[in-house]
Design a protein. Structure first.
Length: 244
C-alpha cells in the first residue's frame, strides 16, 4: 500500500482525520455548516461525522448516474469515494473529476483562480484510511512517497502473463534501462514522473513489434524518487525508480 503515517502521531487514524476536517471543512473555514451543504460544524462529534460519511450516498445528482454509483466514503475504494475524488484534485486518470461533480474541495481559490489543495500528507492520510477499509478505530499502518496518488491509482497491477516490465539498475546513480516484453504489436510509451506526480519527461513513444525491448536512458536526475510509467495500448503500468 502506498501511503505513510508518522508513528509519533499514532492515535486512531479516524480521530486524526476528524480533527483535520473539524479544522478545515466547517463553517469556520467557509465550507460546510450552512443550509446549502451537508451540515457539519465544530459541535459535530467524531461518531456523528463518521456516520455522515461512511457508506453514505452523496447528494450530488451526477453521482447517481455513474455505473455502480459513488459513496461519500466507500471503504476500500478511492475511485468511488466522492470525498476523496474531490480532495485529490487529480488532473488525469480515474480520479479526475467530471465538471458535473462540482468544485474540488476545499472550495477556496487563490488569487489566480486555482482551487487550494489540502496538504499532500492529509490527502494521503485520508486515502490510506479509505483503502484500509475506513476503520473507526485503530491506526492505519502504510508506506508511500508524498503526492503521487493520482498516478498511483491510474496504474494497474502488472499481470505476469501479460507483460514483463523491469528497471535496471534500480537504484541508480547513472543511466538506467527500461525492459519490457510484449506478445503482440502495440503502441508503447514510457514516461517519467517526479515524486509529486508531475510528468518530467516523455522518454519514448511509438509502435513496437512483439518481443523483448530494452531502452536505455541517461538519468541526469537529481537524487530522489521517481516513477516510470509504461503504457501499452492504453494499459498503464508503474514502477518506482530511485536515483542515488
Amino acid at each position: 500500500m502506498l501511503f505513510s503515517i508518522d508513528a509519533a502521531q499514532a492515535q486512531d487514524t479516524w480521530q486524526r482525520i476528524y480533527t483535520i476536517m473539524n479544522t478545515s471543512c466547517t463553517a469556520v473555514s467557509g465550507c460546510h455548516g450552512d443550509t446549502t451543504k451537508p451540515i457539519f460544524n465544530a459541535d459535530t462529534t467524531a461518531d456523528a461525522l463518521y456516520d455522515m460519511l461512511v457508506n453514505m450516498e452523496p447528494t450530488n445528482p451526477y453521482a447517481d448516474t455513474v455505473d455502480g454509483g459513488y459513496l461519500l466514503v466507500d471503504p476500500g475504494s478511492l475511485t468511488t469515494s466522492f470525498l476523496f475524488r474531490k480532495i485529490a484534485h487529480c488532473p488525469v486518470g480515474p480520479l479526475e473529476m467530471d465538471p458535473q461533480e462540482g468544485d474540488p474541495m476545499p472550495n477556496i481559490e487563490d488569487n489566480m483562480g486555482n482551487f487550494i489543495k489540502l496538504p499532500d500528507s492529509t490527502i494521503e492520510l485520508i486515502g490510506a484510511w479509505i483503502l484500509a477499509g475506513a476503520p473507526e478505530t485503530g491506526v492505519v499502518s502504510v508506506d508511500t512517497i508524498a503526492g503521487n496518488v493520482c498516478i498511483t491509482v491510474s496504474a494497474r497491477t502488472l499481470p505476469a502473463h501479460e507483460v514483463s516490465f523491469m528497471l535496471t539498475p534500480n537504484p541508480t546513480s547513472e543511466d538506467f534501462s527500461v525492459s519490457y516484453t510484449i506478445e503482440n504489436t502495440a503502441t508503447v510509451s514510457i514516461e517519467l514522473f517526479d515524486n509529486k506526480g508531475a510528468k518530467t519527461n516523455l522518454l519514448t513513444s511509438g509502435n513496437k513489434a512483439p518481443g523483448t525491448h530494452r531502452e536505455s536512458f541517461d538519468s541526469n536526475l537529481a537524487k530522489g524518487v521517481y516513477f516510470v510509467r509504461l503504457t501499452i495500448n492504453g494499459n498503464q503500468y508503474l514502477k518506482k525508480l530511485v536515483v542515488l
